[in-house]
Design a protein around this ligand. Structure first.
Ligand code: ANZ
Ligand code: ZN
Length: 839
């Protein structure tokens, strides 16, 4: 090794600042992290969520990325051909806000941040293949984002409609439903309450995939994410039933309880329901109009809130219940939402809480039609709450007497026979609104022509590039609208003068397919090179934050399925295994944030302790899936450990070549065997823990092994005065320790590996295999004494530690008797031989 001679002359301590940049450059030069197609080897596509280039890498990035890197490295040593790419999710609001506030162009701001973050990322010593870097704001990237949009449009999976949207008056943009936070309905980015606006918007038909998105076929993701996505999609099984107004207009409702149809005593329409104006009688008009005006100002979330007083207004009109021709009043109320089901309900106050509250508030009839068994006969006049439980149908015409378990299905069949209803499934999830009235995003590649309508830009004209010269006006409309020339163009279809769409896309669109761009970031025959796709896809492991459960992680699954149906991709799912890390909090348990000034600067930690120590500390200090409060002091334990490993290797070198002490004869033989046993046990545990993403125990096992080797070494030195590390078995254990440390502390492991004269690179070594025979504990017999008198013997594992030996000795019945209930004053432990309890 090039550095071997100089280092052995210098003989100094562990200095990460000297070794880390050196190895990073060497790996880079040698292309050690290049991932190339190799049909002979099993592939593993390891993906970590890409960062937004906000300017600085924070400790959360380190926490998400370095354990992921360790696992990617581990898999490579397991023989996989691992691809581990990195890139930047570079479009988005913060760049534009910076531009408005500080008069820097968003592009300049973004790319300066990317340069800085790329440099910071390199200090992690991760095995990213930088040749595969992709940045979503590069025209060569968003060309293909636009290409996907055009494809979706051609397959009727994208469409435009006039819609009331949530709009943040501060960010001046439309925000997706998912980006509106909490009951107060605040903008996720700036905490301003959002308002409603009516705009012409582009949507993606994610709802078409609702059913398939609920099947998590063959993927190993956290149950929690499945639950969140399932809940988000919100599937309800029920029936669609057609009521009629007295005038004969159809009034469609969705109900999850068709079995309660004979108990519908009134109907409620959402105030925005299109039939309201026509139905309302003159006498009721003023009141209805006032109520509608007030309701539309409120948010769906407010309106749905449980426990809220039920308010509403009678329209003056009546409907006919199709099952019994009964005339029932039609009301409007804000607890019925226009955005769910049909925007109208049949109200069954006896069996629905909200309807019950409403009926009591307005003196409407309550009629029980379900009698749960074991409950006193229900009486609509005296009931104090709705009865939700299922039961036999009563007072329900021809279906009276139908038992609980058949009530729904028989009613649906009965409705079907008469053409008044059918089974229906309804979802809470809405189509994905992707229009943003913003500059710094991927332009929606559409031209609006007076004659031809919305015409997609032909593939060969992509990308529709963002103009650089742009003026910032906080108007709430896209700045692209005010560009003097950009929007004016010719219709791709008829050639007439036409205008470009000035909205840009939600950035979740860009991040829905970035894993595909990594396959071949320079490819220009399509979004990705099909050969690369065939070899690498699907993603085998995906790591990142659980906060993306319902947006990114749902969108990317939808994108994949849509691509599959459009013939662009294959297979049911894009990412096979998903694991989420927890969060590093400030030392007081609060969220770290720049404004609170409680952040931890990883650059500083690296400068003080080296990247390897920071990596090992982040893995050791937390259960990765949980995270926890920052504790800066704890890093010192890790730093000391790395120093001990360094010293251990120096001792091995001092002891001379591999056979300096032969195979460890005489008294050392047992000590050597102990070391070998500890090593093989460590291999078993570390391997298991890497598989399970339990990085904290990976590191603690490595620490334990280090200590075991050092302990035997000191025991040998105290005995025969020889260096145990000179024995082949011990030397091999040290090499195994380094090999297993390589994923955690890649620089130090590489350095020490080289110092021991091993072939470059440690990262290309096979993962060690445990030999179960060598890992098995030898049994030894400990003599147990009380106050120096032998009181018994106990058979224990040879590797037993002192606390365990003690408790085994104290548990002997003979010993308990001899001690006579007295607390031991002292316990003397002679390893491998004797426990003496002094009472
Ligand atoms: C009659 C009925 C009787 C209902 C009963 C429930 C219990 P989930 O489970 O959330 O899907 N509903 C339908 N559309 C609505 C809308 N746009 N706004 C507010 N409420 C609406 O809820 C479905 C139930 O919520 C439907 O079933 C309907 O009330 C109401 F004993 O119909 B039900
Ligand atoms: Zn045209």
């Amino acid at each position: 090794m090039e550095t071997q001679a100089t280092i052995s002359e210098r003989r100094e301590g562990y200095d990460p600042a000297a070794i880390e940049p050196k190895w990073q450059q060497r790996w880079e030069r040698d292309g050690l992290h290049r991932a190339r197609i190799d049909p002979e080897r099993r592939k593993h596509y390891f993906l970590t969520m890409l960062p937004y280039p906000s300017g600085d890498l924070h400790i959360g990035h380190w926490y998400a990325m370095t354990p992921s890197d360790a696992r990617a490295r581990y898999l490579r040593m397991q023989g996989y051909n691992v691809m581990y790419p990195m890139g930047f999710d570079a479009f988005g609001l913060p760049a534009e806000n910076a531009a408005i506030k500080r008069n820097i162009h968003p592009k300049e701001w973004t790319y300066a941040n990317i340069d800085r973050m790329r440099r910071q990322l390199r200090t992690m010593g991760a095995m990213w293949d930088w040749q595969r870097e992709a940045t979503s704001s590069d025209p060569e990237y968003y060309r293909w984002t636009q290409w996907f949009f055009v494809k979706l449009l051609a397959h009727d999976l994208a469409y435009r409609k006039h819609a009331a949207v949530d709009f943040c008056p501060n960010c001046n943009t439309t925000v997706a439903r998912e980006q509106v936070v909490g009951e107060a309905r605040l903008c996720e980015r700036c905490d301003t309450p959002v308002i409603k606006r009516d705009l012409n918007q582009w949507f993606l038909r994610i709802t078409r995939y609702a059913e398939e998105l609920l099947r998590f076929e063959g993927i190993d993701w956290p149950e929690r994410i499945f639950a969140l996505q399932t809940n988000w999609i919100g599937r309800s099984e029920g029936a669609h039933v057609t009521f009629r107004t007295e005038q004969g207009d159809a009034l469609e409702v969705f109900t999850t309880r068709p079995d309660t149809l004979w108990g519908a005593t009134f109907m409620v329409l959402a105030p925005e329901h299109p039939l309201v104006a026509g139905l309302t009688t003159d006498g009721q008009r003023a009141e209805v109009e006032a109520y509608v005006a007030a309701a539309t100002r409120q948010t769906d979330i407010d309106r749905e809130a449980a426990g809220r007083d039920k308010t509403g207004v009678f329209t003056g009109a009546y409907a006919v219940n199709p099952v019994n021709d009964e005339k029932i009043p039609i009301w409007i109320a804000d607890y019925v939402l226009m955005t769910y089901g049909t925007g109208a309900i049949m109200a069954v106050p006896a069996h629905d809480e909200r309807d019950f509250a409403f009926a009591r508030a307005y003196g409407l009839t309550v009629r029980p039609v379900i009698q749960p068994s074991g409950m006193a006969p229900l009486d609509g006049d005296t009931m104090t709450e709705a009865v939700i439980a299922k039961g036999a149908m009563i007072d329900s015409g021809p279906l009276t007497g139908t038992p609980a378990d058949e009530a729904v299905s028989r009613t649906v069949a009965w409705l079907g026979e008469r053409g008044i209803g059918r089974a229906e499934v309804v979802y809470r999830m809405r189509d994905w609104l992707i229009s943003r009235q913003r500059y710094w995003g991927c332009p929606i590649p559409v031209v609006h022509c007076a004659r031809c309508g919305a015409v997609p830009v032909p593939e060969e004209q992509l990308p529709v590039e963002l103009p650089d010269d742009i003026e910032w006006r906080p108007t709430g409309e896209s700045p692209l609208k005010f560009h003097p020339t950009w929007r004016h163009t010719a219709c791709p279809k008829c050639g007439a003068a036409a205008e470009r769409e000035t909205d840009t896309m939600d950035t979740f669109m860009c991040s829905s397919w970035y894993h595909l761009r990594y396959l071949s970031p320079d490819y220009d025959g399509g979004p990705f090179d099909p050969d690369e796709y065939r070899y690498w896809m699907p993603v085998d492991t995906y790591t990142g934050g659980a906060e993306h459960a319902t947006m990114h992680l749902l969108y990317t699954r939808f994108f994949h399925k849509a691509n599959r149906d459009m013939g662009v991709e294959t297979g049911p799912e894009p990412m096979l295994q998903l694991r989420n890390q927890g969060q590093i909090l400030a030392s007081d348990g609060a969220r770290m944030s720049k404004s609170r000034g409680n952040t931890t600067d990883p650059d500083e930690l690296v400068a003080n302790h080296g990247a390897d120590a920071v990596r090992a500390f982040l893995m050791f200090g937390y259960r990765w899936s949980e995270g926890g409060p920052w504790n800066a002091g704890n890093i010192h334990g890790v730093v000391r450990w790395l120093g001990r490993v360094w010293d251990l290797v120096q001792r091995v070198r001092e002891a001379g070549g591999p056979d300096a002490n032969g195979d460890g004869a005489g008294g050392d033989a047992k000590l050597v065997r102990d070391v070998v046993r500890s090593t093989h046990q460590a291999i078993q545990r570390v391997t298991h823990d890497f598989e399970e993403f339990e990085f904290n125990t990976v590191v603690s096992e490595l620490m334990k092994l280090t200590n075991a080797i050092l302990a035997s070494e000191s025991a040998a030195a105290a005995g025969a005065g020889r260096a145990l590390v000179g024995h082949r078995g011990v030397r091999e254990s040290v090499l195994t320790l380094l090999t297993m440390m390589a994923p955690v502390t890649p620089h130090l492991a590489e350095e020490l590996w080289a110092q021991l004269g091993q072939p470059y690179s440690i990262h290309q070594q096979p993962w060690p295999e445990a030999d179960t025979a060598l890992a098995a504990d030898d049994l030894i017999t400990l003599v147990v004494q009380v106050n120096g008198k032998v009181r018994g013997k106990v058979e224990v594992a040879a590797g037993i530690d002192e606390p365990e030996a003690r408790s085994r000795a104290l548990a002997l019945p003979n010993v308990e008797r001899a001690a006579g209930g007295r607390e031991p004053r002292r316990v003397i432990y002679v390893p491998g031989r004797l426990v003496n309890i002094v009472v």
